[in-house]
Design a protein around this ligand. Structure first.
Ligand code: COA
Length: 144
């Protein structure tokens, strides 16, 4: 995956080249059998993962983003991760509100209003090592 703005990070390369590795999470929001949104966590180290989330425009503003974020944070905590990081635009008010509400705080600035945010997670007993394949699907009750 490559766009003018996006170059795959090592975490993306890992997830795309090893889709069966349970170190990364992909949640999918469904409307019937149609995928209307996704949320992923890709590991950047033993303790940290990078979060991405997106919904079709027609599926936004109805709580699905919040539900997927809650699931992703819970998964990260269960795996013993200590930190989630993400990048978004500071003028993306919907995203900024969502991430702030769930504890993400600004940690730095990139070019063109891009802001880096992080969520520190409480310590957990479990480690974040690789395990057999695991797939999480998130079913929503979204209807148009
Ligand atoms: C950002 C995104 C994932 C949020 O998901 P969502 O399902 O639309 O958000 P939710 O419905 O769960 O709402 C989360 C909060 O944002 C608020 N919100 C909803 N629409 C909003 C808007 N247009 N402006 C500001 N806040 C808004 C909600 O009120 C809610 O706050 P509340 O819990 O206090 O009511 C989704 O809008 C999206 O996919 N946007 C495009 C892709 C993107 O920006 N991804 C993230 C950046 S990397």
């Amino acid at each position: 995956m490559r766009t003018p703005r996006f170059e795959p990070t090592p975490a993306w390369e890992h997830a795309l080249s090893q889709p069966d590795c349970s170190c990364h999470l992909l949640l999918v929001a469904l409307s019937g059998e149609r995928i209307v949104g996704w949320c992923r966590l890709f590991p950047t180290s033993e303790e940290e993962a990078e979060l991405g989330i997106g919904l079709l425009a027609s599926a936004r503003g109805q709580g699905l983003g919040a539900q997927m974020l809650v699931q992703a944070i819970a998964w990260a905590q269960e795996r013993g991760l200590s930190r989630l990081v993400l990048t978004t635009r500071s003028d993306n008010h919907q995203a900024m509100k969502l991430f702030s509400e769930y504890g993400f705080r600004p940690t730095g600035w990139g070019e063109d209003e891009w802001i880096e945010m992080a969520l520190e997670l409480p310590s957990s007993k479990q480690g974040a090592g690789c395990e057999p394949s695991l797939c999480y699907l998130f079913h929503s009750t979204f209807s148009r």
